[in-house]
Design a protein around this ligand. Structure first.
Ligand SMILES: Nc1nc2c(ncn2[C@@H]2O[C@H](COP(=O)(O)OP(=O)(O)OP(=O)(O)O)[C@@H](O)[C@H]2O)c(=O)[nH]1
Ligand SMILES: [Mg+2]
Length: 192
C-alpha cells in the first residue's frame, strides 16, 4: 500500500484517520482502543464532487485514497510495511512531553530507511486542542526537525491538527489529494 500512517502508541493515528474518514465520528468523549496490527481507512477526496465529473475525469482524479495505520506497538516491525510506500503520515502527540523526543528518534530511523528516500512525509502535530500541549515550535525543537531536514532528503510538511475540534484536517486532506504547488495556491486563494 502506498500510504501509511505511523507514530508512537496513543499518539492519535486512529482518531485522526477516523476523523478524516467521517468527521462526525469523533468528539471530545471519543476513545479509541490501541491498534494491534494494522487498520485500513478509505478517505474520500473532498475536492471531487461526484456529480460534476464525467467518468473520464473521475479516472484522472483521485477519488479516494487508502491509508494503512500501523499500531505504535508494532514500531519494531513497521519496516515490514515500507515496500511501495510513497506517502508517510507521521503522527506526533504534542500533549505527551515524555514521548516527544523518543518519537523524534523514531522518525529519524524511519526516514533513513532506503525504501522511503523518495517518499513524501507529513508530520502531523496532534491533540492541539489540549491546553497542556507543546506549541508547534517547541515540539519541532524537541524532535530537532531543523537538523533532520538538513540531513535527510525527503520533503517534510508539518501540519497541526485536532481530531476533536477538526482544526487542521483540511491541511491533511490537501496534502493527500493536491499536488504541493496546488495546495499552496489554494491556501493563497483562501487567504484573499
Ligand atoms: N483531546 C484530544 N485527544 C485525542 C486526539 N487524538 C487522540 N486523542 C486521544 O488519544 C487516545 C489515543 O488515540 P489513538 O488515535 O487511539 O492513538 P493511536 O496513535 O491510534 O494509538 P495506537 O493504535 O496504540 O498506536 C484517544 O483514545 C483519545 O482519547 C485529539 O486530537 N485531541
Ligand atoms: Mg490506533
Amino acid at each position: 500500500m502506498s500510504h501509511i500512517c505511523i507514530g508512537a502508541k496513543g499518539s492519535g493515528k486512529t482518531h485522526l484517520l477516523n476523523s478524516l474518514r467521517d468527521e462526525d465520528s469523533i468528539n471530545e468523549t471519543s476513545h479509541s482502543v490501541s491498534t494491534v496490527g494494522t487498520n485500513i481507512y478509505t478517505i474520500k477526496n473532498p475536492h471531487v464532487k461526484d456529480v460534476e465529473l464525467s467518468n473520464k475525469q473521475k479516472a484522472r482524479q483521485m477519488i479516494s485514497v487508502q491509508v494503512r495505520e500501523i499500531g505504535g506497538t508494532m514500531a519494531p516491525i513497521w519496516r515490514r510495511y515500507f515496500e511501495g510506500v510513497t506517502h508517510v503520515i507521521y503522527v506526533l502527540d504534542t500533549s505527551n512531553l515524555c514521548q516527544i523526543s523518543g518519537a523524534g528518534v523514531l522518525l529519524y530511523t524511519v526516514l533513513t530507511e532506503p525504501r522511503l528516500q523518495t517518499a513524501d512525509i507529513l508530520l502531523v502535530l496532534t491533540k492541539m486542542d489540549l491546553a497542556y500541549r507543546q506549541m508547534r515550535n517547541e515540539a519541532l525543537l524537541m524532535i530537532q526537525l531543523a537538523k533532520l531536514r538538513k540531513e535527510l532528503r525527503q520533503r517534510i510538511t508539518v501540519v497541526e491538527t485536532s481530531a476533536v475540534t477538526k482544526n487542521g484536517l483540511n491541511d491533511v486532506l490537501d496534502w493527500l489529494f493536491l499536488p504541493p504547488k496546488k495546495a499552496s495556491q489554494v491556501k493563497a486563494l483562501e487567504a484573499h
